[in-house]
Design a protein around this ligand. Structure first.
Ligand code: 5GP
Ligand code: MN
Length: 326
C-alpha cells in the first residue's frame, strides 16, 4: 500500500489556487472522514481550501471534527482544483460544480479518470487510508487528533469496524498509528453506533417486515418505502446500514436494500456480498458501481415491482455467471 511516489503529492504541494474537496451525495463515514482529513491537513499547510457536499451532514456523522465547516454545493463559485474523494467520478457529487482541474482520490473499481494526479487504489481498504498515505508522505508531524479521528472514522466505516475482508495487517497497522495520533476507537464506535433515535428503531421494525428471501435463500432483500420515513419521523440517511440485516442471514450470498426516492423518480439499491459474489458487476449493469462486497446504483422504474424485477434479473445473471449455488 505504501507508494514510492504519489504524483498528486507534488502537484498539491505546488498548487496555488482555490481548492474544493467534494464528497459523494449522501456521504458515509469514509467519504466525509476522507474529505475532512484532507481539508484539515491542507488548511494546516496553508492552502486555500473549501470542503463541500450536496447533502447536509447526517446526524450519525456530525461528530466528525469540524464537519460544521462543510459547505452546501453547488455554491456558484469557481475553483481552480476540485478533488472528489471516495467516489467513482464527479457525477457522484450529485450536482454540478465549477472546477478547472478535476482530481479523484478513491478506492472503487473502475469509474471516471481525470489524469495523472488521480490517486486511485482499489486494493486500499478505505479512501481514508489513501488520504493517510498522501498526507503522511507530505508532513506526518501535522497529523493531529482531529485529522486522525477523521481517518479512523473512514477506516472503521469501510472495514465494518475491522471485520470485513479488507481487514488485514495493513488495516491494523494504520489503526495503530491513528490511535497513536489521538483517535479514540471507543469514542468513534459510540458516535457511530450508540446514538440511534427511537424513530430509527421503528423504521427498522417496518423495514424488517419487508425482508424476503429469493433464489432458494441465496438472495435476501429489504425494501424501504418512502412512506416509512414519514410514518416513523426518520429520513433517508437513517437507511444507512440496514442492508446488513439481510446479509446477516445464513446461506445468503447477495443482500440488497431497495430504497424508494420519489423526488428523483428512482429506486436506490444498495448491494452487499458475503464471500463469493461480485456485486460491483450487478451495480455496473444497473448504471452504478462500487466494490466486490459493497456497491450501489439508481434504478429508474415506475413501480416497486418494476424496480425489483430489474434488480433480481441482474442478480440472477451474476449468480449464474459465477456459478454460485447452494
Ligand atoms: P451504499 O450501498 O452504502 O450506498 O454504497 C456502497 C458502495 O457502492 C459505496 O462504495 C458507494 O460509493 C457505491 N455506490 C453506491 N451507490 C452508487 C451509485 O449510484 N453509483 C456508483 N458508481 N457507486 C455507488
Ligand atoms: Mn470508501
Amino acid at each position: 500500500m505504501k507508494r514510492e511516489s504519489i504524483p498528486l503529492l507534488d502537484f498539491l504541494k505546488e498548487a496555488k489556487g482555490k481548492i474544493l474537496i467534494l464528497t459523494h451525495e449522501n456521504p458515509d463515514g469514509d467519504a466525509l472522514g476522507s474529505a475532512m482529513a484532507l481539508y484539515l491537513f491542507l488548511k494546516k499547510v496553508g492552502k486555500d481550501v473549501t470542503v463541500g457536499c450536496k447533502d447536509k451532514i447526517p446526524h450519525f456523522l456530525d461528530f466528525i471534527p469540524h464537519s460544521e465547516e462543510v459547505i452546501s454545493i453547488p455554491d456558484g463559485k469557481f475553483y481552480d482544483i476540485g478533488i472528489i474523494v471516495d467516489s467513482a467520478g464527479f457525477y457522484r457529487a450529485g450536482t454540478e460544480v465549477k472546477v478547472a482541474t478535476r482530481i479523484r482520490i478513491d478506492h472503487h473499481v473502475g469509474g471516471e479518470f481525470y489524469g495523472r494526479y488521480d490517486y486511485i487504489d482499489p486494493k486500499s481498504p478505505a479512501t481514508a487510508a489513501l488520504i493517510y498515505e498522501l498526507i503522511s508522505a507530505w508532513d506526518e508531524t501535522k497529523i493531529d487528533a482531529d485529522i486522525a479521528t477523521c481517518i479512523y472514522a473512514g477506516l472503521a466505516t469501510d472495514t465494518g469496524f475491522f471485520k470485513y475482508s479488507n481487514t488485514n495487517e495493513y488495516t491494523f497497522e494504520l489503526a495503530k498509528k491513528l490511535v497513536h495520533y489521538g483517535a479514540d476507537p471507543n469514542y468513534v464506535y459510540r458516535m457511530f453506533s450508540e446514538r440511534e433515535s427511537i424513530n430509527k428503531m421503528k423504521l427498522i421494525a417496518k423495514v424488517l417486515e419487508t425482508l424476503t428471501l429469493y433464489e432458494d435463500g441465496l438472495v435476501a432483500g429489504i425494501t424501504i418505502f418512502d412512506r416509512f420515513f414519514r410514518e416513523t419521523g426518520t429520513e433517508y440517511s437513517d437507511s444507512e446500514g440496514l442492508v446488513n440485516y439481510p446479509r446477516s442471514i445464513e446461506g445468503v450470498e447477495v443482500a440488497f436494500a431497495l430504497i424508494e426516492k420519489p423526488d428523483e423518480g428512482i429506486w436506490k439499491v444498495s448491494l452487499r456480498s458475503k464471500v463469493n459474489a461480485d456485486v460491483s458487476k450487478i451495480a455496473e449493469r444497473l448504471g452504478g458501481g462500487g466494490h466486490k462486497y459493497a456497491s450501489g446504483a439508481k434504478i429508474k422504474a415506475n413501480s416497486h415491482k418494476e424496480a425489483l424485477d430489474k434488480l433480481l434479473s441482474e442478480i440472477r445473471k451474476q449468480l449464474e455467471l459465477q456459478k454460485i449455488h447452494h
